[in-house]
Every structure is written in C-alpha cells, then in structure tokens.
Ligand binder design. Structure first.
Ligand code: SDX
Length: 441
C-alpha cells in the first residue's frame, strides 16, 4: 500500500492510500487526528474490493472518532480532554474531572457548584432496590452483585431510558455517576452483614462514598482526609482510558440503542476480567502468593515460561509500551497511604517494589516492554485503606463509570456512528446436505 499526497483538486482528507488487490487498485482515504497515528478509512474496502480487514483484539483498528482521552503508549502520555493525568491528579478533584470528561472543559466555579448539586441530589437509590441485595448470597463476589443491581436500574428509572432525548440522556448520565458509589457501598455493607448507610448531602463525592462504606449507625463517622484525598486521586486515575475493553463494550451495547444503565452493566461485566479491571485483585493475590522477596525469581521464571500460562498481574499493557503514567502516581499514593496508617513495612509493598525492580532489569520484560500498570500498586493501596480484595474492581468500576458514560454520550451524538457489527474470517464447513439419523456414522 502506498500513501501519497492527495491530488490538489480532490476534496476530502489530506492523503489517500493506494491498495492494490487482485490487480485492482483502490484508493482509501487517510485521516489525520489532532494527535496520534493517522487512520486508513477502510469503511468502503469491502464494497470496493470484496475483502474484509482482519485484526483480532483490534490492535491496529480505530472504531470511532473521539475527543475525550488520548494515550501515547510509547511516551507514557495520558490526557483527559488535553490535560495531563499527573496535573489533574495533583491539582483537581474527581467530580471536577467528571465534568471535564462529560462536557469537555474544566468547570467554572458556578458550573462546578451546579454540577456538584446535581450529582449530590441523585445519590439516593430507589428504596425498593435494596431488596435486590437480599437475593444474593452474602459471599457473592461484589462484581456479580454490581452487574445485577446496575442492570436493574433500568427497571426503576424508566423516565431516563429514551436515548433519543438529550434531557433523558443527561439525567441518566447524572444518575449513573451519582448512584454507582451508593450501590458499591451497599454491595460492601451487604457482604459484611451490616446495615446500608445512606448518602449524606453535606459530604463531597468521595468522602460520601467512604462514609457509606465505613460508617456504622452506632457511632459518629469521623473519616480521614488523607484517605479521602488518596481515593479521590485513585478515582481520577481510573476515570477513563480511551477505547479499552470495557469502554468498547459500553459503546457496542449502546450502538444498538440499549439504555445507558444496561450498557454500563455490560461494561462492569467486561471490566471484571483479570486481564482488564480484575487485574488489581489478581495482582494483590499474586503478591500474597509470592509472599516474600526470596520467592520472586521463581515467579519471574514462571512468567517467562509460555507453558505455565502464568502472567505477572499488574504488568504489561496493550497500549503502554513504556511506563503507565498512572502507575507512577499510584505508587506515590501507595506510599502516602501506608505512611499515614503507619504500615510502611507492609510485606507486600516490599515484595511489590522488589518485583518491580527485578522485572524492569530483566531482558524478557525489557524486550516485551512489560512495565507495571495502574493495577500493580492499586491493590496494596486499597487494602491498606481497609477494602477487601474482592472490592478492588468495584472501586475501579465506580471511577470508570464517568468514562463509560462520557464515551457512550459521545457515541450517541456522533453522526458517523451506527450499530456495531464486525465481520469475520470464516474457516468452518462449506455447505453440506442434512444427514438423517440412521445414516450417520
Ligand atoms: C487494564 O486497555 C486499557 O486501557 C486497560 C486499562 C484501563 O485503564 O482500562 O489500562 C486497565 O486493564 C490494565 C491491564 C491490567 N491487566 C493485567 O495486569 C494482566 C496482566 N497483563 C497481561 O494479561 C497483558 O499484558 C495485557 C492483557 C494487559 C495486554 O495484553 P496484549 O497487549 O494483548 O499483549 P499480549 O498478551 O499479546 O502480550 C505480548 C507478549 C506475550 O508474549 P509473546 O506471545 O509475544 O511471546 O508479552 C507477554 C505475552 O506472553 N506478556 C506477559 C505479560 N503481559 C504480556 N508475560 C508475563 N506477564 C505479563 N503480565
């Protein structure tokens, strides 16, 4: 395929790519974004050549135009609407980042107050939804409960499921962002056998989530500003991440016109996987299994052994082939939290830091460009804050809800978008005739 400058008189993109297939030459438009790689628009390929493209895992395939998040995996860059993630983590707060991701700009003081008031007024859950929880075993995985209860929101909030109505889309978006912490906290309380704690309108978003998780009716809840700030920063780090697996799931579900509650439930299901959002739980379990620094070489060897099927959880990334910028902030936050609660000598932190040091010097990891990702330090941090391992991916889902909703909203409003329906390379049986039972061998 040759990429060349477009003839001056031809309207349309900056360049075209010539594709010669079966002695037929086809011109494919090449489109440039504001940042990142150009794309070859293959939407007419099948019509012009009778061929599909083939890209399992979508390693080289863009499925949409987006203006929300940009990642440069080679330079360890992550921008939310153009703002670098470390600046947002240092100077912003999660609800302000929600406004940025949803509407494209950091809010003015008045806009921030209006947004906070709107979200705060949606944090309560329909009281009848509490009955859903009693249908689950107390030891059910919290992500199983989250998938069920979030999907059930569409059974209670019918007045915000018409996705063709911008006002209903806005209300559903606010409800989703506001109610996820409430549902997540209820999921945690249910696992403990403790009573649900209602949201408080005098608490900010993250402080409110922590009080719903850790307050009990028998005594005043004091809270810890350091923990609140740390979790708020963790929410910022996890808020959005381009077209990752769970976001692509939400977009694909939404492309059929499904309501946003059902789409987010699908995103939660996808995030649960250990290769994706479930990696923070898997990474902590792996560190606990390693147990001590002297066992690290044994696990590094297993990770290199293709037949072991073992991977170092919290390492590697489809896009970041350099350090995950979130992992740096996550590591700093981990140290801050451990210093605050005085468990700097957390044995798993020692194992994690030594594992990181060894892996970053190992030829295999250097050649495969495997660096710690955001999930490597998040598990240690969340456990130190008092969350059980099974709640780690739930917290990821609370944070990622705004990313899912912002991407869903963008997809709905994109004139180019249509129902997602990939094709395939068929390798099955060619046509054959039905065989009656008594003639089968
Ligand atoms: C998240 O997409 C996102 O943006 C996700 C996320 C987000 O914010 O939404 O960033 C959140 O999901 C972070 C990733 C969390 N997952 C893990 O930590 C699980 C462990 N990591 C791997 O499973 C893996 O690295 C992936 C899934 C993250 C990336 O998989 P890819 O891009 O498909 O890479 P690959 O599986 O093709 O691996 C390339 C090579 C392979 O070796 P070869 O076949 O080339 O010989 O690297 C090896 C792999 O075997 N490899 C690892 C490894 N990850 C990849 N070897 C050991 N340990 C690992 N962790």
């Amino acid at each position: 395929m040759n990429v060349h400058d477009r003839p001056d008189d031809a309207p349309g993109p900056e360049t075209n790519a010539d594709l010669v297939l079966n002695d037929t030459k086809t011109q494919l438009p090449v489109r440039a974004g504001t940042l990142g790689p150009n794309v070859v628009d293959v939407s007419r390929l099948y019509r012009d050549t009778g061929c599909f493209t083939y890209d399992p895992g979508f390693t080289s395939t863009a499925n949409c135009v987006s203006r929300i998040t940009y990642i440069d995996g080679d330079h360890g860059t992550l921008l939310y609407r153009g703002y670098p993630i470390d600046q947002l983590a240092d100077h912003s707060n999660f609800l302000e980042v929600c406004h940025l991701l949803l509407y494209g700009d950091l809010p003015t003081k008045d806009a921030a107050n209006t947004f906070r008031h709107t979200i705060t007024r949606h944090t309560m859950l329909h009281e009848q939804m509490t009955r859903f929880f009693t249908g689950f075993r107390r030891d059910a995985h919290p992500m199983a409960i989250m998938v069920g209860v979030v999907g059930a929101l569409s059974a209670f909030y019918h007045d915000s499921t018409d996705i063709s109505d911008p006002e209903q889309r806005a209300v559903a978006s606010h409800r989703m962002i506001a109610k996820m912490p409430t549902i997540a906290a209820m999921t945690y309380k249910y696992s403990l056998g403790q009573p649900f704690i209602y949201p408080r309108n005098d608490f900010d978003y993250t402080a409110n989530f922590l009080q719903m998780c850790f307050a009990i009716p028998c005594e005043p809840y004091l809270g810890n500003p350091v923990m609140t700030k740390a979790l708020d920063r963790i929410f910022i780090l996890h808020a959005d991440h381009e077209q990752n697996a769970s976001t692509s799931t939400v977009r694909l579900a939404g492309s059929s016109g499904a309501n946003p509650f059902a789409c987010v439930a699908a995103g939660i299901a996808c995030l649960w996987g250990p290769a994706h959002g479930g990696a923070n739980e898997a990474a902590l379990n792996m560190l606990a299994e390693i147990g001590s620094v002297d066992r690290i070489p044994e696990f590094i060897a297993k990770a290199k052994d293709k037949n072991s099927g073992f991977r170092l959880m919290g390492f590697g990334h489809r896009v970041y082939k350099n350090y995950d910028p979130r992992a740096k902030v996550m590591q700093q936050t981990c140290h801050e939290v451990l210093d605050t609660i005085g468990t700097r000598n957390e044995p798993l932190l020692e194992v994690a830091m030594e594992l990181e040091r060894i892996a970053l010097q190992d030829e295999y990891f250097i050649e495969k460009k495997l660096y710690p990702n955001i999930d490597f330090y998040s598990g240690i941090t969340l456990r130190a804050m008092g969350f059980p391992v099974s709640m780690f991916t739930v917290l990821f889902a609370v944070a990622r809800t705004v990313g899912w909703i912002a991407q869903w909203k963008e997809m709905i409003e994109d004139p180019e978008q249509r129902i997602g329906r990939p094709r395939q390379l068929y390798m099955g049986a060619t046509e054959r005739q039905f065989v009656p039972m008594d003639e089968r061998v």
